[in-house]
Design a protein around this ligand. Structure first.
Ligand code: BF8
Length: 627
């Protein structure tokens, strides 16, 4: 028996607990074991006071004031912490925005007729985007419009001056806040390059100045890169509408070929979902002794195909290894981001083929089946064939699929939410004004073995809905909520009486799944619609955000742009900033004077919910609404 936390302390999810026991029995290591082997984690790193930005170092500041109080160059803890945080934002913004770039490049190839597997699925959205950019649609084919749109979107990434177009979706008051603070961003590529320049030895050494650029960069992600990814993917693959599906490891099939699509970009997984329905592939699966082919998702690639096609999700970030340990996965197909390199070794212990598809992302132990838009469907078919032919290698004695799975209703794009409300946010505003719905909580983000898996997600969301706060969710929080049954319309029974009545009248869950992490841009669009309708700024809305179990650099960029957009945000795991009282004060207090919102850190989800509810009540008061 391994030492450390028991499975109950590691996760609240019964399927996860069952698979952790199985991992133990099989002597297989998981992220939780590796986390325990890392203890105690580096205290300098946790405080953010370690600098590796030049080769006079590495330097670190003694947090107890007994050793070095400056790096070799003279950088203080405040400077080092701020620089490190800026680099985290840059990496997170880069991940989202490079994803967006690939989506636009695929979109352009489609428009040029070079990527025959793709079509325009949402022409109305194409035309709406074209009109935002003043691209003529009259007497032109959708492909001609798409070509112009692709080119103009590509130019947004490197835009050197002036605002990027989607930031104009923010309320005018918010745009003025950004302009006044000097953080209205240029293209995301430019902002990220400037992050790296500023954090090079001997450039930007004022913590506040550094942090302001962090906000600017993050806005170029949220209202730029991420928003471009969401919108282009909607045009190419369809804007999500409500659909019912299932979640958790129990969605894997005993008697079918199981293929998991994992990562973030839907460009290939869309094709895999289509190719899995090919009668030739199904016939091949039957020839191999399986009853059919079952595709399931993991992490945000999973969220993308869940939202658009109702493809079941097998789990969130910390469940990726557990899926392989079921012994029932023929292929784990990955693209980019949040994919553990440990999957290579692990797959070697089972029959699972670990297939890496992105030209950018290779992994030890992975089979490379590189994907290019020109032959997307062909590659998807090859991947399916590889998985199907692997089915006879499944060792039935080692198959252990947990029984847990939950129904979920997903697909709540901003368009779908407004559609359900009759095309205008007015009914939601009426519910907020009457107090039936107290406000909106956006709960997002990762898993992190530092905290009990899904505990923060599920408890925070339950507490919010109990107090009549409508929850919108994305990423791994959305999957946690799905597994806990919170994405079912029946979950309205867990809500306070006001929210319950609203949800029951609309037939929707009290927790609305809005997509993957780049789709937090959908939450921004919804917030802008509410604020514009009320004629106020986003920071005036009775709304709050949270990332109870965050761990990735993308989450740092998200947190920064959500706060920069005016939304108070509570983090459940501590960011590496406590080594600087100045940076900590700016993030939790000072930034409020600039953008009208701050960060808080609260690991206890019940206390975090209280903070969010207090904030929502304060904003209600500001709008003259009763509490
Ligand atoms: O982009 S929530 S662990 S899967 S980073 Fe990753 Fe975090 Fe999950 Fe999606 Ni987002």
């Amino acid at each position: 028996m391994k030492m450390g936390k028991n499975v109950y302390e590691k996760s609240v999810d019964p399927a996860t607990r069952a698979m952790l026991l199985e991992a133990d029995r099989a002597g297989i290591e998981t992220a939780w074991d590796r986390f325990e082997k890392q203890q105690p984690q580096c205290g300098f790193g946790q405080l953010g006071v370690c600098c590796r930005n030049c080769n006079m170092g590495p330097c670190r500041i003694d947090p107890f004031g007994e050793g070095a109080d400056k790096g070799v160059c003279g950088a203080t803890a405040d400077i080092i912490v701020a620089r490190n945080l800026l680099r985290m934002i840059a990496a997170g913004a880069a991940a989202h925005s490079d994803h967006a770039r690939d989506a636009v490049l695929a979109f352009k190839k489609m428009a040029e007729g070079k990527a025959q597997s793709y079509q325009i699925k949402d022409e109305a959205k194409l035309n709406a985007l074209a009109s935002e950019y003043n691209i003529s649609t009259e007497d032109r084919s959708p492909e001609e419009v798409a070509f112009d749109l692709a080119n103009i979107l590509l130019s947004e990434f490197g835009k050197q001056t002036g605002p990027i177009q989607f930031t104009r979706r923010a309320p005018a008051k918010r745009q003025k806040v950004w302009e006044a603070a000097g953080i209205d961003p240029r293209g995301v590529d430019r902002e990220i390059v400037e992050c790296m320049h500023r954090t090079h030895i001997g450039v930007d050494n004022d913590p506040v100045h550094i942090l302001l650029h962090g906000l600017r960069t993050s806005i170029s992600d949220g209202w730029g890169g991420s928003m471009i990814a969401t919108d282009v993917q909607d045009v190419l693959f369809g804007t999500p509408t409500p659909v019912v599906s299932e979640s958790n490891l129990g969605v894997l099939k005993e008697d079918e070929v199981n293929i998991i699509v994992h990562g973030h970009e839907p460009i290939l997984s869309e094709m895999i979902v289509a190719a899995a329905e090919d009668p030739d592939m199904i016939a091949l699966a039957k020839k191999m002794g399986a009853k059919g082919i079952s595709v399931a998702g993991m992490c945000c690639t999973g969220n993308e195909v869940l939202m658009r096609h109702g493809v079941a999700t097998a789990g969130n970030f910390l469940q990726q290894e557990l899926a392989v340990i079921t012994g029932a996965v023929e292929a784990m197909v990955v693209d980019v981001q949040c994919i553990m390199p440990a999957l290579g070794n692990l797959s070697g212990c089972y029959h699972t083929k670990f297939i890496s598809t992105s030209p950018k992302a290779d992994f030890p132990g992975a089979v490379r089946m590189e994907y290019h838009e020109e032959k997307a469907l062909e590659t998807a078919r090859e991947i399916i064939k590889t998985a199907v032919e692997n089915y006879p290698n499944r060792d039935r004695a080692r198959v252990n699929i947990p029984k847990e799975k939950s129904a979920c209703m997903v697909g709540f794009s901003a368009e779908a939410i407004l559609g359900a409300l009759g095309g205008t946010p007015q009914p939601l505003i009426d519910a907020i004004v009457s107090g039936a719905v107290k406000g909106v909580g956006a709960v997002v983000g990762c898993n992190n073995p530092k905290v009990q898996h899904d505990y923060g997600h599920v408890n925070l969301v339950r507490e919010l809905i109990k107090n009549d706060v409508l929850v919108v969710t994305t990423g791994c929080n959305a999957i946690a909520c799905a597994k806990a049954g919170l994405l079912r319309p029946e979950a309205a029974k867990e809500a306070g009486s006001g929210l319950r009545a609203v949800c029951e009248s609309l037939g929707v869950p009290p927790v609305l799944h809005m997509g993957s992490c780049v789709d937090i841009s959908r939450i921004l669009v919804l917030a802008a619609a509410l604020a514009n309708h009320l004629g106020v700024d986003i920071s005036d809305l009775p709304a709050a955000g949270a990332a109870p179990e965050w761990m990735s650099e993308k989450a740092v960029s998200i947190g920064a742009y959500v706060v920069a957009s005016g939304v108070y945000t509570v983090l459940g795991t501590v960011p590496p900033v406590l080594g600087s009282s100045e940076v900590t004060n700016v993030l939790t207090k000072g930034v409020g004077g600039v953008v009208g919102a701050t960060f808080a850190v609260e690991p206890d989800p019940f206390k975090a919910a209280d903070l969010m509810i207090d904030h929502i009540q304060e904003k209600r008061k500001g709008l003259g609404l009763k509490s």
